[in-house]
Design a protein around this ligand. Structure first.
Ligand code: PLP
Length: 394
């Protein structure tokens, strides 16, 4: 018995797009209201206030009308002025990619780059900023998803603040899956989205902008306005008395509303604990099978994605195709630099559940075995279940 490739998989354990929560899918089917109907304007304000509560910001975050790549480009265009020297921190594909946007707007981009299975050393950032007092903006990706690795944005944020530079954070695949916030990282601009750990389909971005960042954006004559990339267009749109710059994505706002309700009702701390436990079970199972994790140190392994290093001579594409065909489990490949070298298991939103870690271990283990790798699948499953049981009994 095999799973037909032309039909949806049984389990989508990817690191984005992810499975959406059933509540979100139902909300996407709500009545589509006219955006200037007073009921919609009040509803929109309410969603923005819920997003503020969920993101723990001082003001409602911007809700932008495109998935987070658009907000990241908008962040570069808005915050970085043509006289700015920027320090880009690259420990993976997204961090590296941000540097290309920064280069489009900045006078100069400096970069610290480390191998994509490791993390930025905050002390290296401190030393760099000391030697380059001209740096105005520091850019960093919190969880570089194609590597499943975390950067210490709280340490980096404190160092940037000390040096008087503004921090721009890509927290798209970490926010709502672990303890992280714009405030804790002292971020000037903190870009995230509802399409990863909040369990929505890809369509919107959420952006927290600090007062210092607003001052810089307002003073930047090149900051986009009357544009899909604009931050300023949306600054006051959350208020029910203010106009929208253009029609908001009504159905997606309905979905976001349901996702925020779910997140706040379950409780952020409980949601983060669920992500952390699922990832820990997954890592223990992978290691016990005799397979290595991609991150060089487990402390930098993300709680929202487990990246599994392929053994010598085993192709990640073959393993992914086999997991899909044999077990009906869809997982993520690497991207550019990490493509072919690893397989990623997402623990995001509804799939951040311990039982899915066991499904993933069975599927990766079985697929590796059928590709000729030396793996002990039963040992992996037993180790995973032992971690789960220990957590239940705690
Ligand atoms: C998912 C994600 C984004 C959004 O980008 P897409 O590739 O279009 O999904 C941005 N940054 C990070 C770190 C992400 O994981």
């Amino acid at each position: 018995m095999m799973y037909d490739e032309s039909r949806a998989p049984v389990f989508t354990l990817t690191s984005g797009p992810v499975d959406a929560y059933p509540e979100v899918l139902r909300a996407l089917g709500r009545t589509v209201l006219y955006d200037y109907d007073p009921a919609f304007q009040a509803f929109y304000e309410n969603v923005a206030l819920k997003a503020q509560k969920a993101m723990r910001t001082g003001a409602p975050p911007l809700i932008l009308q495109g998935e987070p790549v658009m907000a990241l480009e908008g962040a570069a265009a808005s915050l970085i002025a043509r006289e700015d020297v920027v320090l880009n921190l690259a420990s993976g594909v997204y961090g590296k990619g941000f540097g290309y946007w920064a280069a489009r707007y900045a006078k100069k981009v400096e970069e610290i780059e480390v191998p994509y299975d490791s993390a930025i050393d905050p002390e290296q950032v401190r030393a760099f900023l000391k030697a380059h007092p001209e740096i105005a903006v520091v850019c960093v990706c919190h969880h570089d998803t194609p590597s499943g690795t975390l950067n210490d944005i709280e340490a980096i944020g404190a160092i940037a603040a000390e040096a008087g530079a503004l921090l721009l954070v890509d927290a798209v695949s970490s926010w709502a899956g672990m303890p992280t916030s714009a405030a804790a990282s002292q971020a000037a601009v903190y870009v995230t989205g509802p399409n990863k750990c909040l369990g929505c389909p890809p369509a919107l971005s959420l952006v927290a902008v600090s007062d210092a960042a607003w001052a810089k954006i307002e003073a930047n004559p090149d900051a986009p306005f009357a544009s899909m990339l604009s931050f300023t267009d949306w600054r006051h749109a959350w208020k029910k008395t203010e106009p929208f710059p253009f029609t908001p994505s009504v159905s997606e706002i309905n979905g976001l509303d349901a996702a925020l309700d779910r997140y706040l009702e379950e409780g952020p701390e409980a949601v983060w604990a669920r992500h952390a436990l699922t990832a820990r079970i997954c890592r223990e199972g992978i290691k016990a099978m005799g397979i290595e994790l991609w991150p060089i140190r487990e402390e930098i392994a993300s709680p929202t994605t487990t990246a599994v290093r392929m053994p010598e001579g085993i192709d990640a594409g073959t393993v992914l195709a086999s997991a899909r065909a044999r077990y009906g489990v869809s997982m993520s490949a690497g991207r550019s630099e990490t493509l072919g070298k690893l397989v990623r298991i997402g623990h995001m939103g509804p799939t951040a559940q311990p039982a899915y870690a066991l499904v993933a271990i069975a599927a990766i283990g079985g697929a590796l075995k059928s590709a000729g790798a030396q793996v002990d699948v039963p040992a992996g499953l037993a180790a995973a279940q032992a971690v789960w049981d220990a957590a239940i009994d705690q």
